[in-house]
Design a binder for this molecule. Structure first.
Ligand SMILES: *Cc1c(COP(=O)(O)O)cnc(C)c1O
Length: 434
């Protein structure tokens, strides 16, 4: 079969291979790259899942998407390094399990995509001998995962934009203390401002003539596609007779969209539940079939404070814009801050399981769904360690959270960021001046 190519969701840019899609990040017509066919996993792959190693699963899932542009042995090594930590599926109660995605270096699921992407980009930039600037807007976790994944990678500079005062203390330290090839720009605005500034930079030909830019947000295929891996690791550990209901706390929809991609490729799942905080543009889309971006509202699950989720268009592509089919496959629930906090307290008291605010939104959403379909069981994606949101979580449970070894050193470091306003010209000035 021909290698997979990537088209732009705006349909104005030419088809490209995996390398170009990764290096560009966003298509020139400002659409998102999307594979021109979805590979089907072999039946024996699913049947033998329990016997395969994590690296082997990753390699088999991602291999068709690379189109031969990274040698197989190199790709295997990238997969091995990407998933070199645990992905345990823990039981919370008889019907809800938690897939813990926070055992990587920055304690959030974004480590997987960031580690995969940084290694691919490192490989391509070594091949092309071209210096690249990774420009990334973050609501918290993306920035730290990306910065950590790229730290010290030759030929790559990383510039991170984050909304001032809207990320947690641990997140801010993870973003601003690395140094070397990593710069943090603290923007006096919202995450949507940061994202708009980054999008503007990519479209600015005067700037891109001077500096080779790429993105590391979940719009980049090299970050988005590997997020399929851990859905299979959950299935490896799944004990139920029936396929699970999978509930994903969602912001930019990269994570759930990767799960849906895996599902279309053959991942067994009964249903998907999208869990949102009050930033729930997607719920409106499910009920009305029309999509209206909103201004993001700050919440305690701040990595999901996105009013215009970029990956929404990929869901449309994946299901050929079939609203009925999307509604059949995905449900959505909205969870307020008040209910999120109650959920953290309740699950901690009843089941001795400490959720972070994002996991709590997911837990509640799945619980609501399972109340309607009581014969099913499912798991949530627990996307971050609660210590990343210690300020919020400790107040709710009235106890201190034990700090994992891996971040103890962080707390004594000094933040180093450059404060800028939420206007594009401030970003441009910085990028042309360095
Ligand atoms: C980024 C993030 C999310 C949202 O993931 P999307 O792929 O943007 O939908 C949820 N939880 C945490 C902890 C995150 O960092």
């Amino acid at each position: 079969m021909d290698p997979i190519k990537y088209y732009s969701t705006n349909k104005q840019s030419p088809l490209v291979g995996f390398r170009e899609a990764t290096v560009r990040g966003q298509a020139p017509d400002r659409g998102l790259y999307f594979p021109d066919r979805i590979p089907k996993l072999a039946d024996d792959f699913i049947a033998n899942l329990k016997r395969l190693s994590k690296a082997e699963i990753a390699y088999q899932v991602i291999h068709p998407y690379i189109g031969g542009e990274i040698p197989d042995s190199e790709l295997y090594k990238i997969c091995e390094e990407t998933v070199a930590f645990d992905f345990p599926l823990r039981k919370i109660n008889n019907r809800i399990y938690s897939l813990e995605l926070f055992h990587g270096p920055t304690l959030a699921f974004k480590d997987v995509g960031a580690r995969f992407m940084s290694r691919c980009l490192g490989y391509f930039s070594r091949q092309q001998k071209q210096k690249v600037t990774v420009l990334v807007a973050t609501s918290g976790d993306t920035g730290s995962a990306v910065a950590n994944g790229f730290l010290g990678v030759d030929g790559v500079d990383v510039v991170i934009l984050y909304p001032s005062g809207k990320v947690s203390k641990v997140q801010e330290l993870q973003l601003t203390t690395l140094g070397q090839n990593i710069t943090a720009l603290e923007v006096a605005g919202t995450f949507d401002d940061c994202q708009a500034m980054v999008k503007h930079a990519f479209a600015d030909t005067e700037l891109t003539a001077h500096r080779f830019l790429t993105s590391a947000n979940s719009i980049n295929v090299a970050r988005w596609l590997p997020q399929q891996f851990y859905y299979f690791y959950a299935l490896q550990q799944w004990q139920g007779d029936e396929a699970p209901v999978i509930c994903v706390p969602s912001g930019n929809f990269g994570n759930v969209c990767a799960g849906l991609l895996a599902y279309v490729s053959g991942l067994p799942a009964s249903h998907f539940v999208v869990a949102c905080n009050v930033n729930d543009t997607f719920s409106d889309y499910l009920s009305t079939a029309s999509f209206h971006p909103k201004t993001a509202v700050p919440t305690i699950s701040n990595a999901m404070d996105v009013g215009n989720p970029s990956n929404f268009v990929r869901i449309l592509e994946l299901f050929h814009h079939d609203h009925e089919l999307i509604k059949k496959t995905i449900s959505s629930y909205t969870v307020s801050d008040k209910v999120t906090a109650e959920t953290i307290a309740e699950v901690y008291q009843k089941y001795h399981y400490l959720l972070d605010p994002h996991g709590a939104v997911a837990y509640r959403a799945l619980d609501l769904y399972l109340n309607e379909f009581p014969y099913q069981k499912g798991f949530i994606l627990e996307t971050a360690h609660p210590v990343k949101f210690a300020d919020v979580v400790e107040k709710i449970i009235g106890e201190e959270i034990a700090i994992p070894e891996s971040i103890k050193g962080l707390l004594s470091l000094t933040k180093k960021s450059k404060l800028i306003g939420p206007e594009y010209n401030e970003l441009k000035e910085y990028l042309t001046g360095t």
